[in-house]
Write a protein that binds this ligand. Sequence first.
Ligand code: FE
Ligand code: FE
Length: 168
Amino acid sequence: MGFFSKDIKTLDDLFVHTLRDIYYAEKEIKKALPDMIEKATSTELKNGFEMHLRETEGHIDRLEQVFEMHGEKAKAVNCPAIDGILKEANEVAGDIDDKQVLDAALIAAAQAVEHYEMTRYGTLVEWAKQLGRDDCAAVLKKNLDEEKATDKKLTVLAESSVNLAAAE
Ligand code: FE
Ligand code: FE
């Protein structure tokens, strides 16, 4: 379904469409993370990805909760944006032999994913409020906050050790 599809008439329709988009994205991220855990060399990075895999499962659960609260069936729609981000991450990782450089690339890819999620959740929280669904907004905000925290942790890890190791 494209953004200008006639199926989206109201802000509520757009809200539900975007929920389905991020639901798809979260599921794809859940599938991609085990591979990133395997590729990571830094123990801290591996642990960080493992923790975020568990959080991602929680994000999927919360989204299902929001669908239910909003009286909609939990359904995913294709999200070409996350497909592209994950495809690019895979392609770049496949071209890197040096383990430390690969760690730096994995962090960069993961941060692209987190930022995508942050834009979606940021928008969804505001639309939920506008639609009078403060209850949905509160649940979505929990996902948003965890994505932001993950992004920050990745920045700290990159700046404190991984980038330095990659440059050596
Ligand atoms: Fe997430
Ligand atoms: Fe995330």
